[in-house]
Design a protein around this ligand. Structure first.
Ligand SMILES: C[S@@+](CC[C@H](N)C(=O)[O-])C[C@H]1O[C@@H](n2cnc3c(N)ncnc32)[C@H](O)[C@@H]1O
Length: 232
């Protein structure tokens, strides 16, 4: 590895490396992937699809999409997350989910090109320079017209609006850290993590060869993008 390459574990978020946090993660996240799977079906997800989930965490999306596709590759840099996911797969008796210990910048895709790449709440872990590289790497293993569904904390406003929008977003935070993200946690996210502006992310997506097919935002601070990879 080049000596200037980012250490993904050092940027993984210390909580994600902590087995105690991981054990409580699903309740805190409250993630229901039903809509993601429905949207992906509309964009070609089917029994022959190869699906890659980057930053898969405990694998809520990976295990939910598995019955609807041929194979899922679920990737994460946190050994605590991949251990929880392996246990979950075994418990569910799924035989078409492969778990890989790697990240956006280290995963090597040795299969045929993927049909779908999903990534939720993970890309903000790395700075923008690296997001550009991560999106290029995703485009390199996604087939032409394959679909990237990207969900993350992304700021859909201009810098001069930041104070008002961030405060409005934080005012909707939960009080109980076991059931969601508190205002303190959101403040820490803004201070220490790498959520970017929508207009920067969208430029990176374009440069990496993606067309944005659908886009939606919640409270100007949480973006969901469904993108098609250009090319033939
Ligand atoms: C907030 S969790 C989201 C997990 C899951 N995608 C979900 O939606 O529930 C963020 C995940 O990203 C992983 N992560 C952090 N940095 C990463 C990187 N560079 N490459 C891949 N995954 C990373 C963390 O280990 C963690 O599992």
């Amino acid at each position: 590895m080049r000596r200037w390459w980012l250490d993904e574990q050092a940027h993984a978020g210390p909580e994600h490396l902590d087995a105690g946090y991981v054990a409580a993660y699903d309740r805190k996240a409250g993630f229901d992937p039903t809509e993601d799977i429905e949207v992906l079906r509309r964009h070609g997800l089917g029994p022959d699809s190869l699906v890659v989930d980057l930053g898969a965490g405990t694998g809520t999306f990976a295990v939910s999409v598995a019955p609807s596709c041929r194979r899922v590759v679920a990737i994460d840099v946190s050994a605590a997350m991949t251990a929880a996911l392996r246990t979950r797969i075994e418990r569910l008796g799924l035989d078409n989910v492969t778990v890989v210990d790697a990240g956006f910048l280290t995963y090597v895709h040795e299969d045929e090109p993927a049909d779908i790449v999903f990534t939720r709440n993970a890309l903000h872990q790395i700075p923008d320079f690296w997001k550009g590289i991560a999106l290029d790497r995703i485009a390199s293993f996604l087939r032409p017209h394959g679909v990237l569904r990207l969900r993350d904390l992304v700021f859909d406003f201009a810098p001069h609006e930041a104070e008002e929008r961030i405060e409005a977003w934080m005012s909707a935070a939960v009080g109980d850290p076991a059931a969601g993200w508190t205002a303190d946690e959101l403040a820490q996210h803004v201070r220490t993590e790498f959520s970017t502006y929508s207009w920067l992310l969208e430029s990176m997506l374009d440069r990496s060869g993606f067309d944005i097919l659908e886009r939606s935002f919640r409270r100007s601070a949480y973006g969901t993008y469904t993108c098609g990879r250009r090319g033939s």
